[in-house]
Design a protein around this ligand. Structure first.
Ligand SMILES: *Cc1c(COP(=O)(O)O)cnc(C)c1O
Length: 367
């Protein structure tokens, strides 16, 4: 039998292996490992890729979120609108600044339902976090309109959306700040942890640079504020430059796999997630919904086909957020999605035979 993983990073690595290896050796031999030329060049190239004026590297996607809300002045009692089915890091970025996450349920595209935002706005609301989950964009027209009307800041979580566009514009440049993760499984993943912030606001960009480096404008020893150590390192930045130069090809390969799933999986028990008109989809995950999700997952496992649930427990029901006082039933759509969603195998380097096999088994699934 063919064993198919939900994700296989080695396959992706092998596609441009020689280029990564050459770059790694270069950086190691350079004698400079933190905040040097590779980071500077990557920031320039990624700003260009995301159509943003500024990009500042940092150590992870969570750090990017934490820094973004800090720079926007989020503090105790400030409320931030966030989707109820988001990844936990989205909520932590808010609460690490002592802000209060206010959950809004997702729409049929599994992303923040913009039509439900205004009901949740109070005098304490300061910002909206638009998470472009699974690889497609939120409705940024509606979100930006609401933000403008109520004087709110908009942070985009683009950790799953490298290359995603909204009406032709790259995400991460539409709101006030874009937050990026380069965790290895992301569409633009590095070989360890990494992250970045993008913005068109020069003051914000300067603040990001100070915060990520111990609150110091200079490289060393003059600390204006209490900062963090959250730097993207030279090795990761160098490797990211290699991958960024191939990102469009990598995203196209994912798109081809996704198009096969969409076209060829025809099973009344499996409902593929649709893409919102106005957005493209870089298919960070190919997500299906099924009332019989757990059975489907077990069934696929019996054929050695790996799948993942993104995410099995919504943030409001996590132990870490008990103090917010939510209980089961409070956010029924997010809770239902947590029981229904399944991410199919999706990775660069997935063979046609593997795709055939997954599609065949999905079509044979019965209740
Ligand atoms: C991966 C991810 C993050 C966090 O990124 P890290 O680099 O792992 O800290 C944040 N938000 C979303 C939506 C993610 O998928």
């Amino acid at each position: 039998m063919m064993k198919i993983a939900a994700n296989d990073l080695k396959r992706q690595h092998d596609i441009y292996k020689d280029e990564y290896n050459a770059k790694a050796v270069d950086v190691l031999n350079s004698g400079w490992y933190i905040l040097g030329n590779e980071v500077k060049e990557f920031e320039k190239e990624f700003a260009e890729y995301t159509e943003s004026k500024y990009c500042v590297g940092c150590a992870s996607g969570l750090d990017a979120l934490q820094i973004a809300f800090r720079v926007l002045g989020i503090k105790e009692n400030d409320e931030v609108i966030v989707c109820s089915n988001s990844y936990i890091a989205c909520v932590m970025g808010i609460t690490m600044n002592n802000g209060i996450p206010v959950f809004v349920e997702p729409d049929e595209y599994d992303n923040l339902d913009a039509d439900k935002i205004e009901d949740k706005i109070t005098e304490n609301t300061k910002a909206i976090l638009a998470v472009h989950l699974y690889g497609q964009s939120c409705d940024m027209d509606k979100i930006m309109d609401i933000a403008q009307k109520h004087g709110l800041k908009v942070v985009e979580d683009c950790a799953q959306a490298h290359g995603t566009t909204w009406k032709g514009r790259k995400v991460g440049s539409i709101g006030d700040i874009g937050c990026w993760s380069f965790y290895p499984t992301k569409n633009l993943g590095c070989f360890g942890d990494g992250g970045a912030l993008t913005t068109n606001n020069e003051e914000y960009a300067n603040e990001f640079r100070v915060i990520r480096n111990y609150g110091s404008k200079k490289l060393h020893y003059e600390n204006d504020i209490i900062g963090m150590n959250s730097r993207l390192d030279e090795l990761q930045a160098g490797l990211l430059r290699v991958k960024l130069s191939h990102l469009n090809e990598l995203n196209n390969e994912r798109l081809k796999i996704a198009e096969r799933y969409t076209k060829e999986v025809n099973n009344p028990y499996i409902r593929p997630l649709q893409t919102r008109p106005g957005s493209n989809n870089v298919y960070h995950q190919y997500v299906v919904h099924s009332e019989y999700r757990d059975e489907l997952m077990e069934y696929l496992k019996s054929y050695e086909i790996g799948t993942i649930i993104h995410y099995p427990i919504p943030p409001h029901l996590q132990k870490a957020y008990e103090y917010l006082g939510y209980k089961k039933g409070d956010l029924p759509i997010a809770e239902r999605y947590a029981d229904e969603v399944l991410s199919l195998p999706m990775y660069n380097g997935m063979s046609e035979e593997e795709q055939d096999f997954v599609i065949e088994k999905l079509n044979q699934f019965k209740k």
